[in-house]
Ligand binder design. Structure first.
Ligand SMILES: NC(=O)c1ccc[n+]([C@@H]2O[C@H](COP(=O)([O-])OP(=O)(O)OC[C@H]3O[C@@H](n4cnc5c(N)ncnc54)[C@H](OP(=O)(O)O)[C@@H]3O)[C@@H](O)[C@H]2O)c1
Length: 253
């Protein structure tokens, strides 16, 4: 028996058309899962679907805005159409708006919270009854180093990512009886579009962060694949409500 085999499982990855979400979708597909990629940008989604198809699994792209409840409902229906079931939900879609707390507008605050925290809650709530009826499921939420640490230009982002950890614990203890395991991955500093601005516009900050990473490098999206496969597979059936840093040692330094 291969504890990490995901053959016959279907994974829905929000924000799976690029960055960390794509790294996770690719890892789950390599472990045998069929994949649904849900995000806003149709071109990026179509490219990601094409690349995942090369891995020999079933794959589908769906347009969704996780800040919109009706859009999430459509996404859940469309996702279940691929194979008849969704076994794994990865709440990965997320954004950041960088400003100091004293300069933050309510509109920006709400936008970040709506996508990063409320969106994760709504996607999980939408899939709950489906997973329960199917005998169980796996939900992976994506937190951040700012689930743990404060960060001057990330007041809404850090608040949303702290909330994601508590959302995870609450869903985990409530849905354990439905055989749904809910966990959080806390990515460290990963090269993606989200962090491109740090690298290009704030090289001193980029280098300072690098100097704090024991592994001596920023992470790549593929670094998130292994932990995602573990948390999606039967290997983690007695693991729920926890947060796993995937950070090259950053939180231990
Ligand atoms: N990079 C890091 O160092 C790092 C560290 C810790 C945590 N994270 C978290 O990892 C996740 C992925 O981030 P990333 O670094 O990979 O950034 P990214 O490359 O910018 O990816 C963000 C993804 O979210 C999707 N998205 C954004 N808003 C959405 C919405 N309203 N509805 C649906 N999809 C939406 C985007 O696709 P569309 O634009 O097509 O919708 C994109 O696929 C985020 O939750 C982020 O907070 C990143």
């Amino acid at each position: 028996m291969n504890l990490f085999d995901l053959s016959g499982k279907t994974a829905l990855v929000t924000g799976g058309n690029g960055g960390i979400g794509y790294g996770i979708a690719e890892g789950l597909a390599q472990a045998g899962a069929d994949i649904v990629i849900a995000a806003r940008n149709k071109t990026k989604t179509s490219d990601a679907v094409g690349a995942i198809r090369e891995l020999g699994v079933k794959v589908k792209g769906i347009e969704v805005d996780v800040a919109d409840e009706a859009s999430i409902r459509n996404m859940a229906k469309g996702a279940a159409d691929l194979t008849g079931h969704v076994d794994i939900l990865v709440n990965n879609a997320g954004i950041g708006i960088r400003k100091l707390p004293q300069d933050y507008q309510l509109e920006d605050w709400n936008k970040v919270l709506d996508i990063n925290l409320t969106g994760s809650f709504l996607c999980a709530r939408e899939l709950h009854s489906h997973m329960k009826e199917n005998g169980g499921g796996k939900i992976i939420n994506i937190g951040s180093m700012t689930s743990i640490f404060g960060l001057d230009w990330a007041v809404a982002y850090a608040s949303s990512k702290g909330g994601v950890v508590q959302l995870t614990k609450t869903l985990a203890v409530t849905w354990a009886r439905d055989n749904i395991q809910v966990n959080t991955i806390l990515p460290g500093w990963i090269h993606t579009d989200l962090t491109r601005g740090i690298r290009e516009d704030f090289p001193d900050r980029y280098t300072h962060i690098l100097s704090r990473i024991p592994d001596g490098r920023w992470g790549e999206p593929a670094d998130l694949a292994g932990t995602s496969v573990f948390l999606s597979s039967q290997a983690s059936n007695y693991v729920t409500g926890i947060s796993i840093p995937v950070d090259g040692g950053y939180t231990s330094f």
